[in-house]
Write a protein that binds this ligand. Structure first.
Ligand SMILES: Nc1nc2c(ncn2[C@@H]2O[C@H](COP(=O)(O)OP(=O)(O)OP(=O)(O)O)[C@@H](O)[C@H]2O)c(=O)[nH]1
Ligand SMILES: [Mg+2]
Ligand SMILES: [Zn+2]
Length: 365
C-alpha cells in the first residue's frame, strides 16, 4: 500500500491487500478444507489465560497452514499428516501486546502435539509455547471498531533468521519494506539478513543496499540464475530456522529451489506491464532442508504493517538515528516544525523512518 493511500484513509496499518494472504486467497487450501468444513462445526476455542503446551510435549512441526487444517511433519518418522486444528486453543503467545489477537491457533513453524488415528490425517491437540514469532496485521482484517482489537497474522513461529529478499530490478529495489522488516525483526528478536537478488540484472552504479551494510546488517548479493553468491548465503543459513520474506516476484521461491536443490513450489514471471510479481506462492511453507535446516518460503507481501511499536519509540529501531546529535535530547526526529534542531534528517534512512512514524501516528497498530 502506498503512503498516499494510507494518508487518504486507506487500510491503515494492515499494509497489505487481502489477496496476499493464505486465509483470504488460498484456492487450493479451500479445496482441501471444504470436505472438513461440514464435519467440523464447533468454532475454535479461544483461551485467555490458558497456557500452551510445554515444548517437550510437542511431537510435530507445522509446515503449512490452511483454513481449518494444517500440514505437519512428525518428529518420529518424518512422515506428514494433514491435521484439523479446530480443537486446539488460540493461546496468547505474547503477541503485539494489548489489543491484538491472533486469529488462528497455529502458525507455520509451530511445535504441536498431534494425535493420529491413521497414517494420513490427525488432530492437533495443543500448541507449544513459542520462542518467538514474526507478526503482522492480518491482511483483510481491520482493527475491530467496537473492541479495538487488531487481528494478527503470525507469518512464522520459532525462527532464528529473517532473510529479507529484495531484487536489484524487476521488481525494482525498494527499501521501504526492508526498513519495516528490520523493525519487526528487532521486535521479535530475530537476526535479519538482507539478500539482494537478481544481481545478474544489476548493470552498474550506486548500490542503494550499501546503506544496510554500513549499518552492520549482513548483505548478500545473489543470483539464482547465475548462482552467484549462493554458497556464501547458504553457509550462513544451514542448520538454522529461517523465514524468507519480500515483495512478490523478487525470487524467494527461485532462491529456495537453488538452496535446497529441490523443485519446490511454483515460480512465476514478473508482469511486464506493472514490473511486479504475480503472487505465485500463496501460502507459507516450511521446508526441511539439509543440515537440519528449517527454511520457510512465504507469499510476496505488498507491504508490511508493524504491530506493537509506538511512534515515539520507533527511533529505537533505527540505531543510527538514535545516535544523531540533535539539539534537543531526547528528540522525536519529527518534521522541521516539530523538531527544529534535529540532526537526523541528513541520514539516508530518515525519510523511510519519517514515513513509518507518520503511519504509526495515523493509526497503524
Ligand atoms: N534474472 C533473474 N531472474 C530471477 C532470479 N531469481 C528469480 N528470477 C525470476 O523472477 C521471477 C519470480 O521468481 P519467484 O521465485 O517466483 O519469485 P517469488 O519471490 O517467489 O514470488 P512470489 O511467490 O509471488 O512472492 C521468475 O520469473 C524467476 O525466473 C535471478 O536471480 N535472476
Ligand atoms: Mg514464491
Ligand atoms: Zn532529532
Amino acid at each position: 500500500m502506498s503512503d498516499k493511500s494510507r494518508k487518504s484513509g486507506g487500510r491503515k496499518g494492515r499494509g497489505d491487500a487481502a489477496a496476499d494472504d493464505w486465509m483470504d486467497d488460498q484456492k487450493s487450501a479451500r479445496f482441501h478444507a471444504r470436505s472438513h468444513h461440514r464435519k467440523i462445526s464447533a468454532s475454535t476455542s479461544r483461551s485467555k489465560g490458558a497456557t500452551p503446551l510445554e515444548r517437550t510435549e510437542a511431537n510435530s512441526t507445522v509446515i503449512e497452514v490452511f483454513p481449518q487444517l494444517c500440514r505437519v511433519r512428525l518428529d518420529q518418522d518424518s512422515s506428514e499428516r494433514l491435521c484439523s486444528y479446530r480443537r486446539a486453543q488460540v493461546y496468547e503467545h505474547g503477541l503485539g501486546g494489548e489489543g491484538t489477537r491472533e486469529r488462528s491457533p497455529v502458525a507455520v513453524g509451530d511445535r504441536v502435539k498431534v494425535s493420529s488415528s491413521n497414517p494420513q490425517s490427525g488432530v492437533v491437540e495443543g500448541v507449544a509455547r513459542r520462542e518467538n514469532q514474526l507478526i503482522r496485521p492480518a491482511p483483510g482484517r481491520e482493527r475491530d471498531e467496537n473492541s479495538g482489537i487488531q487481528p494478527v497474522h503470525v507469518v512464522a513461529a520459532n525462527i532464528q533468521d529473517l532473510v529479507i529478499v529484495a531484487s536489484t530490478r524487476n521488481p525494482d529495489f525498494s527499501p521501504g519494506l526492508i526498513d519495516r522488516f528490520l523493525v519487526a525483526a528487532q521486535l521479535a528478536g530475530i537476526r535479519p539478513t538482507l539478500c539482494v537478488s537478481k544481481i545478474d540484472l544489476f548493470e552498474r552504479g550506486q548500490k542503494p543496499w550499501d546503506v544496510y551494510r554500513e549499518l552492520g546488517i549482513p548483505v548478500f548479493e545473489i543470483s539464482s540464475k547465475s548462482i552467484d553468491g549462493i554458497e556464501a548465503l547458504s553457509s550462513q543459513l544451514v542448520g538454522r530456522k529461517v523465514v524468507f520474506c519480500g515483495h512478490s516476484g523478487v525470487g524467494k521461491t527461485s532462491l529456495l529451489r537453488v538452496l535446497t536443490g529441490r523443485e519446490i513450489g511454483r515460480v512465476g514471471e514478473v508482469s511486464d506491464a506493472t514490473g511486479k510479481g504475480r503472487h505465485t506462492t500463496t501460502s507459507a511453507v516450511l521446508l526441511h532442508a539439509p543440515g537440519n535446516s528449517l527454511w520457510i518460503d512465504t507469499p510476496g507481501m505488498r507491504a508490511f504493517g508493524l504491530i506493537g511499536v509506538k511512534p515515539e519509540v520507533l527511533q529505537q529501531y533505527f540505531p543510527e538515528l538514535e545516535a544523531a546529535a540533535c539539539a534537543d535530547k531526547p528528540c522525536s526526529h519529527g518534521s522541521k516544525e516539530e523538531s527544529p534542531g534535529c540532526a537526523a534528517r541528513g541520514f539516508p534512512r530518515y525519510d523511510s523512518f519519517a514515513r513509518i512514524r507518520q503511519s504509526l501516528i495515523e493509526g497503524e497498530s
